[in-house]
Design a protein around this ligand. Structure first.
Ligand code: TUI
Length: 311
């Protein structure tokens, strides 16, 4: 099954690097793809031309397949969809919405479409709309999350769909990969582990905060906005939690939240920035190159499967 996704995406390892707005730029994407995974460019912070520039940079560093993620809440989603078609990127992933209206044009451009789905009903709709595979993302993930855990979500999506399902959320090592396979997944997507890759250009304070994080250090904010976001608990998160309790207006969230991800990623502000992270950060303890991460994940995973066979 893991071999099927490698064939579909034309990659060596069944491992996808999750898109992280402001974070997964051409440097990380090309490093992951060069090392045999699928690098994914985040575009949540880019307009169409910004996206095109990053695609060009990726192509200068790698000739391997990569993906562009379209964050569907972005005001630039339409122009980014047009750019990925013009540039004929090999794979598109989507988040924070349903890509239905774009799928026909993606297919016509020969693009493989892999949307993120946080529930069975949404995953079924995406399959019906023509997705080639879906990423079933549990609420252990960093950033914008659904309500269901990876352990519960993945096997239910696998049973409901006929296309490959990639597991995401709470996976950071070979044990997580093996567990995802047992749940019927055809591959895995990891964000937090790749955030500390040497090729990742995020501010060093952000990496250090992930490396220092414990299991209980994340929380979800913005529940009342309909777009809950998992972040490391800090001053900003506590202020957002107060707004949540008051059922504050979207405008009040906007004032506090505007520019918050940039403050964390670019300025390294770990108090007033939005430090998005998955719950698995406690397992992420060192900086490594993307190649070291991928090789280690896959060797841990194969070792576990060998030992399981002995049983
Ligand atoms: O998209 C993500 N993670 C993200 S996006 C992001 S930027 C952002 N910042 C502030 C507020 C909101 C976003 C940071 N992290 N993950 C994939 C994901 N997709 N999670 C949940 C979903 C999703 C939700 C609803 C996918 C489809 C969907 O469909 C709804 C519908 O009715 O079709």
């Amino acid at each position: 099954m893991y071999a099927d996704i490698c064939k579909l995406l034309n990659i060596k390892y069944p491992i996808i690097q999750g898109a992280m707005a402001w974070i997964s730029d051409s440097s990380l994407v090309a490093a992951v793809s060069n090392a045999g995974g699928l690098g994914v460019l985040a575009t949540g912070h880019l307009n169409g031309e910004g996206c095109r520039e990053e695609i060009k940079k990726i192509r200068k560093i790698t000739d391997k397949p990569f993906a562009v993620n379209i964050m569907l809440l972005s005001q630039f989603a339409d122009e980014i969809a047009q750019v990925v078609c013009e540039e004929k990127v090999p794979v598109v992933t989507t988040g924070a919405g349903s890509p239905g209206k774009y799928i026909k044009e993606f297919k016509e451009a020969g693009i493989i479409v892999v949307p993120v789905a946080p529930s069975v009903a949404i995953a079924k709709r995406m399959e019906k709309d023509g997705a080639d595979a879906v990423i079933a993302e549990g609420c252990e993930s960093g950033g914008h999350v659904g309500k269901i855990t990876t352990m519960a979500l993945v096997p239910q999506v696998v049973d409901a769909l006929n296309i490959p399902v990639i597991a995401a959320g709470g996976i950071a090592d070979g044990r997580g990969m093996a567990a995802a396979k047992m749940l019927g997944a055809s591959g895995v997507q990891l964000g937090t582990r790749f955030l500390v890759a040497k090729e990742c250009t995020v501010h060093q304070n952000y990496k250090d905060r992930i490396i220092k994080a414990k299991d209980i250090d994340t929380t979800t904010t913005g529940q009342s906005t309909g777009h809950p976001v998992r972040v490391i608990r800090n001053r900003l998160a506590r202020e957002l939690e107060i707004l949540d309790k008051k059922n504050a207006s979207p405008e009040e969230f906007d004032v506090l939240g505007r520019g918050a991800l940039r403050r964390a990623v670019v300025d390294g502000d770990m108090d007033n920035g939005s430090v998005m992270s998955g719950q698995i950060a406690g397992l992420v303890t060192k900086e490594q190159t993307a190649k070291e991460i991928l090789d280690e994940l896959y060797s841990e995973y194969t070792e576990i499967l060998k030992n399981a066979q002995r049983l």
